[in-house]
Each structure stands twice: as C-alpha cells, then as structure tokens.
Design a protein around this ligand. Sequence first.
Ligand code: NAD
Ligand code: UFG
Length: 339
Amino acid sequence: MAILVTGGGGYIGSHTVLRLLEQQEEVVVLDNFVNASPQALTRVAGLAGRAPHVIEGDVCDAALLTRLFATHRIDAVIHFAGLKAVGESVREPLAYYQVNLSGTLTLLAAMRAAGVHHLIFSSSATVYGQPEQVPLTEASRTGGTTNPYGTSKWMVEQVLRDLALAAPEMALVALRYFNPVGAHPSGRIGEDPRGTPNNLLPYIAQVAVGKLPSVTVFGNDYPTPDGTGVRDYIHVMDLADGHLQALRHSRDRTGFSVWNLGTGRGHSVLEMIDAFRRLSGRDIPYTLAPRRPGDIAECWSDPSRAAVDLKWSATRDLDDMIRDTWRWQSQNPQGYSSE
Ligand code: NAD
Ligand code: UFG
C-alpha cells in the first residue's frame, strides 16, 4: 500500500516525503508545481536512496484523482497541496477557496469513492484568529479569521468534522501547524519562496546571504517583552515527524481529530534576528516599521495533547532551526535554481 502526499514537492511536503521514504513507506506525490520545484523531489530521492512516484497534476482535477486512486493502492493521504500567502489570498480570494477548499472537497469525494479512509490535513494556527489567550490549546476558540487563506483552513476543518459524523469509517486529522521554519540538516532541501519572502525567517536568511538589504520589523509596540511579535517557530523536521506519528495513530482509529504541532515556546522578531546574527556570523541590519495589518501580538501553542496522544514532541530548538536554515540558504543562495 502507498501513501498519497498532495503538495509533496513543497516545503513541508518534501521533508515529510523524505521521512516517509526513510521509513520504507511507498509514496505517491501529486503536485502541480505551481509553488515548488521538481528539483526538491530529485534531492529527496538522493537523500533517501529511493524515489517517490511523482504525478504532476492538480488536486482540483476530479478525473485525475479517480484515475490515481484506481491505479495506485493508496491507504492514506497527507494533504499539503494548497496556496498559503495571506496577502495574495486577500487579492485573489477565489483562487484560495478554489484550491484550498474546493480542492479538498474534490479530494475527499475521490477518497470516498475509492474507499480510502485516512486523511491528514495541513491546518494552521491561523484558525485561532485573534487569540483570546496564549498558549493556544485545541479547545481554544477558532474562527474570526481575517483573510481568505485563514478562512479556507477553518472551513476545511468544519468540512472534516461534518464528514466524520456522516462517514464513521473515516479517520480525518487536522494538524494545526504553528510557524514552520528550518531545513533538512543536509542543506539539500529547504524553503524556497517565490519572489520576496513574506515570512520572517526566510526574509532574515536572504538578508544574511546578501540578497536583501535589511529586515523590516513590523511593529515594536506590541504588548510583548520587547514590543515585537512573538511566534512559536517549529523545525520542519519535527513537523514532518509529527505527520508520521499522526498517521500511525490514525491507522486503527476513526473520527475527526485535531492536534497543535508547535514547541510551546514563543520567540520575538528581535530574538530571531539576534539569534540569526549569532549563528551565521553575518550582519543583519533591520529597520522598525508600523505593524503589518492583520498581525497579532503573540501566538504560541500548548502542544501537550500531541505529546500525550501522538507521543510526539518537538526535539529541535531555536539554534537548530536557525543553523539549518542558514546551511540551506548559504549553500543554495538561489534556492533550487542554485544548481
Ligand atoms: P508550499 O507552497 O511549499 O507547498 C504547497 C505545495 O502544494 C506546493 O508544492 C505547490 O506546488 C502545491 N500545490 C499548490 N496548489 C496545488 C494544486 N492545485 N494541485 C496540486 N498541488 C498544488 O507550502 P508549505 O509551507 O509546504 O505548506 C504546506 C501546507 O501546509 C499548505 O496547505 C499550507 O497552507 C499549510 N501550512 C503552512 C504553513 C507555513 O507557514 N509554511 C503554516 C500552516 C499551514
Ligand atoms: N515579521 C516582520 N518582518 C517581516 C516578516 C514578518 O517583522 O518581514 C514579523 C511579523 O510581524 C510576525 C513575525 O515576524 O510578528 C512572524 O511573521 P511571519 O509572516 O513569519 O508569520 P505569521 O505568524 O505572521 O504567519 C504565519 C503563517 C501564515 C499563517 C499565520 C497564522 O505564515 O500562513 O502564521 O497562523 F496564517
């Protein structure tokens, strides 16, 4: 039997595919490479010593999914495919609902028709909207999302909840990621954003390598210890391992489940810049600017439910995250087009 990984060419997907191959799983990747390079999977195969089966195609293509499930013996799906840029989602809401919501509905319908019962879905801490308090537990209020990207994730969670009631044979899991960062310790695979990065750590890394002149710190008047935003950064390898554990856990279970995947620790923007400077030995100039619209002061997880249920906890600390980001960025200054 094989595991279907949608969006397996992307940042989190490629690291998870590598871990699955290392665990001797058969992997089928479906990706249209709209936000990924096929190079990532070539490098994954090099690291694993074996390759996934790669299908280039769209998760919204119902006929393709039907064929895929008829051709490959799939028993579980990890569904990463989606669009994830918050600002772009405000400008292009239909594209975000089409891929993130409608794509997931199409996938779920094809799974049901093929009798595939296990799904792990990439949700996000964004479903908590403006947190009432931190740390966030899975029982914290969700909704109140402020952009189509966040709303699409929240909507899919509702769909999964409803489907689990109507289809009691299914095991549907939503993993709420906090802020994924870092790269494989080999420096061979990592995050390769198109254009100027939206997220803090890839931005800092591009300043460190000399591609961008300075970091803009969005707001230093938040009610946090140094006034800058606090987030729960989690190493992408820990996140990949969280998927393996969730898959193991859901194999002999049914129903809808949700877990936070975070470290339970928050770090401010200035702490991140300082740590990157210390670990890379590079100058990281920054300027202070007003708050970015839609940003929240702090967001960090209580990851204890995953520790108890999944026997999973993050094991890599902030220095590991930054060292591995820097290795990837310095060895691949142009991302996957570096070679
Ligand atoms: P990514 O953009 O690197 O990966 C997404 C992958 O999906 C890409 O390979 C892309 O080419 C593919 N894809 C997009 N639309 C597709 C379509 N219509 N059909 C087939 N493939 C398609 O993003 P990522 O950081 O690896 O995120 C993976 C998932 O995790 C996404 O669903 C994202 O929303 C979610 N997530 C990411 C973060 C984060 O900060 N990185 C946080 C929380 C949740
Ligand atoms: N920041 C800067 N300068 C930058 C980029 C970010 O100061 O150039 C700050 C932000 O204001 C925030 C922190 O760095 O305080 C982290 O910002 P990111 O953009 O890296 O991450 P966010 O927490 O804002 O966003 C992430 C995901 C989104 C998701 C959101 C909520 O990238 O997809 O978490 O879960 F919607």
